[in-house]
Design a protein around this ligand. Structure first.
Ligand SMILES: Nc1ncnc2c1ncn2[C@@H]1O[C@H](COP(=O)(O)OP(=O)(O)O)[C@@H](O)[C@H]1O
Ligand SMILES: N[C@@H](CCC(=O)OP(=O)(O)O)C(=O)O
Length: 387
């Protein structure tokens, strides 16, 4: 197919350069088309993840796993041969299946010297700015400690209106949350095809395309079996969403031998690459600019202005001399120099009231001043854009 390439190096190089990766595994793979948890496949992904997380120097990666399969596994454990239609039945199946799913990931990852953590998220969690920051800091703390977060939707507490509905979307939102470089969607097909290969024998694999290219949506069909939920359309839309935060997406076959290490080693044409046309920093800037309006601002002394503008550092409370307006944790604030010129914008880790108490104080005093510590920074660098 025709596709426009970015002007710098091959988009495949960005896969090799990726350091923080969200890997999403679909239900059909995890449960071997609904037959039950596939211990061998899960062990194989654990081994591959361990290989890339434990790499030396520049070969070291951070991995966040988003795994489906709770409903499919729960159905098997409850003796249900057909996917229930009622939401409460699906929720019950998910609660049953999640036990087995997480138990297996925990033991397989541990076997390969990796700690793991269960994280269950809902749409509402990521739409709420404060919870967004809370989820973000928890995931980043786990990554810093070399622990692999294993994420699924918190099916127990969601209804139709607030469901992600498919974990492809959840994978893309997590990629935005942790500012990942790459989203790898492992599925039961070799990649994305010009039509559903189960239905069209003429379908050809798309090796490379721009994420968000509208032509892709027309080629994507629904799920080919009753195990997976979204089919290719949700994967294509997830790639489009991930690209808005600068992450490219690979759609690949989860049973391809050594798929993750081979992708990281720079092997081209494994699966389909849907590349993000915008660089991560530019995309993050756009995201902050698009999504959020200013709720107040903080004024910095000259030293703090230098740290932020010239040295690329986070904003610490010690550099704040005044706080204007009213805002809560997670809202966007302006960052001004003492003449009132706005130099940056970012997501506040503390409310205006708290920021007033923290201003001119070292981060070490936060606990004493507030009684708790959210984060040592007032605005983390990842959530800050210069103007
Ligand atoms: N253009 C396409 N290319 C590849 N697969 C497609 C396409 N359109 C629809 N599909 C179907 O999507 C299925 C994968 O989606 P799904 O079953 O939801 O997987 P998962 O459980 O991995 O999320 C494939 O098995 C295939 O039948
Ligand atoms: N939370 C659900 C996710 C279902 C889902 O998105 O499935 P899939 O289309 O296979 O990724 C589960 O674990 O069954």
């Amino acid at each position: 197919m025709v596709c426009s390439l970015p002007t710098d190096a091959s988009p495949w190089d960005s896969v090799h350069r990726a350091r923080r990766i969200v890997v999403k595994v679909g239900s059909s793979l995890v449960t071997n088309q609904g037959q039950g948890l596939d211990a061998q496949a899960i062990s194989e992904w654990a081994r591959q993840i361990s290989h890339i997380v434990h790499g030396a120097g520049d070969d070291r990666r951070e991995v966040i796993l988003v795994s489906s399969g709770a409903i499919a596994e729960g159905m098997k454990r409850m003796g249900l041969s057909r996917r229930p239609r009622e939401l409460h039945e699906l929720q019950a199946a998910a609660a049953v299946g999640q036990m087995g799913l997480i138990q297996m990931y925990e033991s397989m990852l541990r076997h390969y010297q990796l700690g793991s953590a269960q994280v269950l998220l809902t749409h509402a969690d990521l739409a709420d700015r404060e919870r967004y920051l809370n989820a973000r800091v928890t995931l980043l703390t786990l990554l810093k400690r070399g622990i692999v977060p294993v994420i699924n939707e918190n099916d127990t507490v969601v209804n139709d209106e607030i469901r992600f509905g498919d974990n492809d979307t959840l994978g893309a939102l997590v990629a935005n949350l942790v500012v990942a470089d790459l989203l790898v969607i492992l599925t039961d097909q070799n990649g994305f095809y010009t039509a559903d290969p189960r239905k069209d024998p003429q379908a050809r694999k798309v090796h490379l395309a721009r994420a968000g290219d509208p032509a892709l949506e027309a080629m994507a069909g629904g799920a080919g079996t009753n195990i997976g939920t979204g089919g290719m359309l949700t994967k294509i839309l997830a790639a489009k969403r991930a690209a808005r935060s600068g992450a490219s997406t690979i759609i690949a076959w989860g049973r391809e031998p050594d798929i993750l290490p081979r992708l990281m080693a720079g092997e081209h044409n494994l699966g389909s690459l849907l590349y993000a046309p915008m660089h991560k920093l530019q995309a993050r800037k756009q995201w902050i600019a698009d999504h959020l309006q200013l709720h107040g601002s903080v004024v910095l002394d000259a030293g703090a202005v230098r740290k932020i503008r010239d040295e690329g550092k986070s904003l610490l409370p010690v550099g704040i001399v005044a706080v204007k307006g009213s805002f809560t944790r997670g809202e966007v604030i302006g960052i001004e120099d003492e003449s009132g010129t706005q130099i940056a914008r970012g997501l506040a880790n503390y409310s205006a009231e708290e920021a007033r108490k923290l201003s001119r104080h070292s981060s070490e005093d936060i606990e004493h001043l507030l009684g708790y510590i959210a984060e040592p920074e007032m605005v983390h660098r990842d959530n800050l854009v210069l103007i």
